[in-house]
Design a protein around this ligand. Structure first.
Ligand code: NAD
Length: 486
């Protein structure tokens, strides 16, 4: 089902990388090599940009409802092949088939939503102070969009960017993450099956610092939309800033979940476990800091540790979480935990990779709970992107809020309390782009905006109709009516 070799998809053709260069892709669940992947050069990326440039004017000239109709065909092709897409996502990420299917269905919903936006690409009417002058705004495409995605939820990440970029009339180059090339490949096949015109969507594989960087640097790419780490996002913003290209950054998080003394502790534990450990903690919206009111700290801790002990780790539908995406990430997490231990953190659960016979070959991190770390310690400030969560006691609401806001990030947050007043005040005062009361830190919907404060992004919001602002230029158009001729 996964091919031995994954090529690029440029101008409606599958093409190898220049010189036949390849990268190896490994199976996170077993550590064995899965396939070879096109290791694209800057020249390969230039070819993809040229294909997009040549296809874009005709695509933009289609009425927006027709673009929407073409994208509906793509969403429907995805729906026909939802099991194949989910199988690919599960195979190359190591997540369970059921989680992969949930992610795939979310991506299809997003495609359906943005197809409909073709019929609603609204502007506004403007009220001029000049007599007989009528005005309004219209949306126009930016041109060529460079879309760079992370590996954690590959088909969702693709849909979040491709559908809004294309419905606005842009042509796109999608740069897949090194660890999830197959999901891009299968998506290209769906695009072909759906009849999307050649060159409107191009998919390049390869190393971020080479093929991703070439996309970001190209003067022919008018808008760059990036989902990934804050460190890479900052570099991309610098390059785009120099050439004044539009850029949308969906970056990392160190998201807090606050448990108050009046919380339903079982519900708080349920959501904490899901927020910290589902998808092996590889969500930008994972909870990585659980801040607990002191009077219920011990009771919450005991239940959280018991729930952590019940988790099953593996790649099947009977498991709660799978492996992390690659060896590098696994080793980086273990090293961060070693440093935290040296600085006095206690680690009552997990703390290392799983090395029993069922897990030793794969990239499995034990679900990890640590405590006794200062909020300004490295482990409390740096996103680890794995199944690792810290417990932090707080005296009262004010201290819990201050701790929640004590990182440079601001992506998502949650509070558990029976008090609607506490929940509402927290929602007002926490520095986060998404806040949930009595739920988890994650959970986005296709028609709702998502994005973060601070170093979690640069202020843009995708998806929802807000994503249309990322991918279109707004033009104000005025007409003066000659009243004398009426
Ligand atoms: P990463 O930043 O290493 O890589 C992301 C993508 O950028 C990959 O496709 C990679 O090839 C590419 N890339 C790397 N260097 C590049 C460069 N110099 N120029 C252009 N492209 C480059 O991130 P990762 O570790 O793969 O993903 C995890 C990160 O993504 C976490 O920080 C997570 O929070 C974040 N994320 C954010 C959201 C969100 O919506 N805010 C969603 C998912 C993941």
């Amino acid at each position: 089902m996964i091919p031995d070799y994954i090529p690029n998809w440029i101008g409606g053709e599958e093409r190898p990388a220049e010189g036949g260069r390849t990268l190896d892709k490994f199976d996170p669940a077993t550590g064995s090599r899965l396939c070879a992947v096109a290791d694209s050069s800057a020249r390969d990326v230039q070819e993809a940009i040229a294909a997009a440039r040549s296809a874009q004017p005709a695509w933009a000239a289609l009425p927006a409802p027709d673009r929407g109709a073409a994208l509906l065909e793509l969403a429907l092709a995805m729906r026909r092949h939802r099991l194949d897409i989910a199988a690919m996502v599960a195979r190359e990420t190591g997540k369970s088939p059921k989680d992969a299917l949930g992610e795939t269905d979310g991506a299809i919903s997003l495609g359906l939503f943005f197809s409909g936006e073709g019929q609603r690409l609204y502007g506004r009417t403007l009220q001029s102070g000049v007599p007989h002058k009528y005005g309004g705004t219209i949306r126009q495409p930016v041109g060529v969009a460079g879309l760079i995605v992370a590996a954690n939820t590959p088909i969702a990440n693709i849909a979040w960017k491709v559908f809004p970029a294309l419905v606005c009339g842009n042509a796109a180059i999608l740069k897949m993450a090194e660890d999830t090339p197959g999901t891009g490949w299968i998506f290209g096949r769906m695009a072909r099956e759906s009849g999307l015109p050649d060159g409107v969507l191009n998919i390049v594989q390869g190393v971020g610092a080479v093929s991703g960087a070439a996309l970001v640097e190209s003067p022919d790419v008018g808008v760059v939309s990036f989902t990934g780490s804050t460190a890479v996002g900052r570099r991309i913003a610098e390059v785009c800033g120099r050439r004044l290209a539009r850029v949308s950054l969906e970056l990392g998080g160190k998201n807090p979940l606050v448990v108050c003394d009046d919380a339903d502790l079982d519900r708080a534990v349920h959501w904490s476990v899901l927020s910290a450990f589902s998808n092996a903690g590889q969500r930008c919206a994972s909870a990585s800091r659980i801040i607990v009111f002191a009077p219920v700290y011990e009771a919450f801790r005991e239940r959280l540790l018991a729930a952590t002990d019940r988790l099953s780790v593996g790649p099947t539908d009977a498991d709660d979480l799978g492996p992390v995406i690659n060896r590098r990430q696994l080793e980086a997490m273990c090293a961060a935990l070693d440093r935290a231990r040296d600085q006095g953190a206690r680690i009552p659960r997990g703390g290392s990779r799983l090395d029993d016979p069922a897990h030793a070959a794969g990239f499995y991190m034990a679900p990890t709970v640590y405590e006794n770390a200062a909020m300004d310690a490295e482990i409390s400030q740096k996103e680890l992107f794995g199944p690792i969560v810290g417990l932090y006691p707080a005296r009262d609401f004010d201290e819990a809020l201050a701790l929640a806001n004590a990182t440079p990030y601001g992506l998502t947050a949650a509070i558990h309390s029976a008090s609607v007043h506490r929940c509402a005040l927290f929602a007002q005062r926490v520095r986060a782009g998404v806040v949930n009361a009595n739920a988890g830190t994650y959970g986005s919907e296709p028609h709702c905006p998502f994005g973060g404060f601070g170093q979690s992004g640069n202020g843009s919001r995708e998806p929802g109709t807000e994503a249309l602002d990322v991918y279109s230029e707004l033009k104000a158009v005025y007409t003066i009516v000659d009243a004398a001729k009426v």
